[in-house]
Design a protein around this ligand. Structure first.
Ligand code: HCA
Ligand code: CU
Length: 384
């Protein structure tokens, strides 16, 4: 199932707000939510109403927009938190509690028996208050938790029959794809519930881990636009799309893919950062082909060196021309685009000039064009 039918829980308005330079105002939050709806995100997670008065008001504003994505808020595992969350009118509540030795000692001070008691109390309380709200229970720092602790907690929670989803969180970006696969697979097998994966990117595995979770049977993946979040963030929406698209384009066909560049540019602007040059899909160099051998093949068939078709994202590829690695096929293609028909010998000669000049400094396209026009004129004169 899942790779065909997974859902994105888009957390730019929750995890994303924890990014160092992110502070979204109400208008910006509503714009982000509206564009995520246009993209086709299934769920949008928002900061806890307990974070600040504005955070609470903003949840109401976004819920009031009547968008297609279900609006969730993310709260601690405490009765007062879920009461405040329920009061906002959200469609779903994401509850989280730390289970690693580090967090049990320094975050809430409870032992695992107390964690289970608290979880069962709060989950039951939510169901008493609202039989229909979408309820997710997650452990924080799942991958540094003792496996036996984790299983005790998840099985107790699953046994209540009150939660719609279980979440696992790689809070510190520590897990490997194999570890994620193993835990998710175990939870799917033992509980049969929907499983959500939330993965940080401290060691560069956030996308691979999300993919491993889906392969193991996870149903929901947390993302943020550009991957923003606490420290260096979590699985980026665009990166997840790129990963799944290359497995099978059909996995992401349900999304409005040309929205990705718009979403990335919007968040870069709101957070006063640039889109990283090596970003998936939207990085400045994502579709630039440079070396002569690459350019020649791409001109013949882009599939030779592209696993993502830029046109599917409303983007176009570029062939870099005026550099020392250029090839004569690239120069000939440029001449043809300029409407110049030149014999191969002349194209090769121009190529040598470009390479020699580019050893000093990369040529602009206009400079390459000027060399081609000059060669065409000389050829016309000598041909007469
Ligand atoms: C955090 C919490 C969280 C929660 C993830 C979840 C994490 O530490 O800020 O609820 O699924 O990374 O553990 O973002
Ligand atoms: Cu997180």
């Amino acid at each position: 199932m899942p790779l065909h039918d997974f859902s994105v829980i888009e957390s730019t308005l929750r995890e994303g707000e924890q990014f160092s330079t992110a502070t979204f105002n109400t208008e910006q939050k509503m714009e982000i939510a509206a564009l995520l709806d246009e993209f086709g995100a299934e769920m949008i997670e928002m900061t806890s109403p307990l974070a600040s008065p504005q955070s609470e008001a903003d949840i109401r504003s976004v819920v009031g927009m009547g968008l297609r994505p279900r609006i969730l808020t993310h709260v601690r595992c405490a009765r007062e938190d879920v009461l405040r969350a329920l009061d906002t009118g959200v469609h779903g509540i994401d509850i989280v509690i730390g289970t690693s030795p580090q967090l049990m000692q320094h975050s809430h001070g409870k032992n695992i028996a107390q964690v289970i008691d608290t979880a069962l109390d709060v989950i039951t309380f939510v169901r008493e208050q609202s039989p229909d709200i979408i309820l997710r229970f997650s452990t924080e720092d799942s991958f540094r938790s003792r496996e036996s602790d984790l299983l005790r907690v998840y099985l107790a929670v699953a046994d209540t029959g009150y939660v719609n989803r279980l979440g696992v969180a790689d809070t510190v970006g520590f897990a490997t794809p194999n570890q994620v696969y193993a835990l998710v697979h175990q939870l799917v097998r033992l509980t049969g519930l929907d499983i959500e994966f939330h993965g940080h990117n401290d060691s560069g595995c956030a996308i691979a881990n999300a993919c491993a979770a889906l392969e193991a049977g996870a149903t929901h993946i947390d993302t943020t636009i550009l991957g923003i979040g606490e420290r260096n963030g979590i699985t980026p929406l665009g990166g997840l799309v790129a990963r799944l698209y290359t497995l099978d384009r059909a996995y992401v066909a349900k999304y409005n893919l040309p929205m990705l560049p718009i979403l990335d540019a919007m968040i870069a602007e709101f957070c006063h950062i640039g889109i990283p040059f090596n970003n998936y899909i939207t990085g400045a160099s994502a579709f630039i082909h440079k070396a002569g051998i690459h350019a020649k093949a791409v001109l013949a068939d882009p599939n030779t060196y592209e696993v993502l078709n830029p046109a599917d994202f409303g983007l176009s590829r570029e062939i870099a021309i005026g550099h020392r690695l250029t090839g004569w096929n690239t120069i000939r293609d440029r001449a043809m685009k300029l409407g110049l028909t030149l014999p191969d010998s002349i194209v090769k000669h121009v190529t040598q000039i470009v390479k020699a000049q580019a050893d000093q400094a990369t040529l602009t396209l206009a400079q390459v064009d000027a060399l081609l026009h000059q060669a065409a004129e000389e050829h016309a004169v000598s041909g007469q």
